[in-house]
Design a protein around this ligand. Structure first.
Ligand SMILES: C[S@@+](CC[C@H](N)C(=O)[O-])C[C@H]1O[C@@H](n2cnc3c(N)ncnc32)[C@H](O)[C@@H]1O
Length: 377
């Protein structure tokens, strides 16, 4: 299955269109990951059994006549097409073309048979009496599509997953939906470790791991020697990340720790070879103006970076100076442009001025100066 898009368009956490590919690792129960080698505290909570199962991983236990599914599909298409007229002149309107694409993906995630039996109704007109197997009841599919359109619930929360790099990550309310531009952090790490093996063998940290996207991406590019400690203040994020880590069988490589930024990493002071983070960086003032899907549904903790959006970033700069080994690498995602420059300026002044070298600002897919990278002196 190839999904081209992101369905979310919003100002600060920018989404540039690019292709991404699905893979479907075996289903596994949610569980925390913990290094056996590291003398470190594993996450302090037990795994959450309340995590939702994404649609594509559910058992197809609903048998429904095709004619009823067609009826739902006609209704869903009509609802998607009607939105544009109802929200004309609004800057934050839904786009019916994107919605129709999402509807196709919803069908792909829900049906066991070929989705074309639903999508190409005319060619299958005589099959209306046949039954199809679904992963959700028709009643739930009606509800999910209503939530998507009427409540502006993000599509990724509706289906319970996001396709990111070569991963399919489970997501749900309480955890940020990973964005396409953040994939570049993993690309940068991959480039670095391909050139210099030193970075493959040491400890990395992903701070504010959310769904675990960066930590999983980094662990995969580090290969069998890789070790990543992923932290988050949000227990929901830690539970979701744990589930994703488990699904990709990376429990031996990624350890999750709940707590604020560097607080759960005291035993790694001066020991990290790499530090990556996509912290909250949206200025508080901009939060009310976010696209409805983001502002109403995604966790504030993941978005709000304080007055000018730099609260967490400045904190990370100081932490990087303490936590990284000499020669250690860091990459931070920012709100872009002015904010990236502020971070570089901050790292070149005051008590941080002799701590880093090779500071760079790197653009994202859309050409926005999005990332700050550098090395510990
Ligand atoms: C922008 S999200 C990034 C999530 C994920 N890394 C990604 O790129 O999709 C920021 C993350 O930082 C976490 N966070 C916010 N404040 C934190 C803190 N004080 N300590 C640790 N994590 C924090 C949030 O819960 C959220 O998961």
């Amino acid at each position: 299955m190839i999904r081209i898009f992101p369905s979310l368009r919003f100002a600060s956490l920018l989404s540039a269109a690019k292709p991404f590919y699905s893979s479907s690792p075996a289903r596994a129960p949610p569980q925390y990951a913990s290094f056996s080698e590291a003398k470190s505290t594993p996450a302090s909570h037990s795994p959450s059994s309340n995590l939702k199962t994404p649609l594509f991983l559910r058992t197809p236990s609903h048998t429904t006549p095709l004619s009823e599914v067609w009826k739902w599909h006609d209704w869903a298409k009509d609802l998607a097409s009607s939105v544009e007229n109802s929200s004309i002149n609004s800057e934050d309107s839904l786009d019916s073309i994107i919605l129709l694409r999402e509807l196709k993906w919803l069908i792909e995630d829900s049906i066991v048979d070929d989705p074309l039996v639903i999508l190409h109704r005319k060619q299958n007109e005589d099959d209306g009496e046949k039954n199809v197997k679904l992963r959700a009841s028709l009643e739930e599919l009606y509800n999910l599509w209503r939530q998507r359109i009427e409540k502006r619930r993000p599509f990724q929360y509706v289906v319970g997953c996001e396709h990111w790099r070569d991963l399919v990550l489970c997501v749900e309310e309480g955890v940020l939906i990973p964005r396409p531009e953040t994939e570049l952090i993993v690309d940068m790490v991959e480039e670095l470790v391909t050139k210099d093996e030193w970075f493959k063998k040491g400890f990395w940290a992903d701070l504010g791991t959310g769904s675990g996207a960066i930590a999983i991406g980094v662990a995969k590019v580090l290969g069998s020697h890789g070790r990543v400690i992923a932290t988050d203040l949000s227990p929901v994020a830690i539970a979701v990340a744990g589930h994703n880590v488990q699904r990709y069988g990376l429990q031996g490589m990624i350890e999750l720790r709940e707590g604020s930024w560097f607080e759960p990493l005291k035993d790694f002071e001066g020991k990290l070879v790499g530090l990556v983070s996509n912290p909250p960086y949206i200025p508080s003032y901009d939060i009310p103006g976010l696209q409805a899907e983001v502002g109403r549904h995604e966790p504030k903790l993941a978005l709000d970076g304080g007055i000018d959006g730099t609260d967490s970033l400045f904190h990370l700069c100081h932490g990087a100076s303490r936590m990284l080994k000499r020669g250690g690498f860091f990459v931070f995602e920012t709100n872009g442009e002015k904010q990236s420059k502020m971070i570089v300026d901050y790292m070149m002044t005051n008590d941080l001025k002799d701590c880093f070298c090779d500071l760079k600002i790197v653009a994202d897919f859309a050409g926005i100066n999005r990332f700050v990278t550098g090395f510990r002196r």
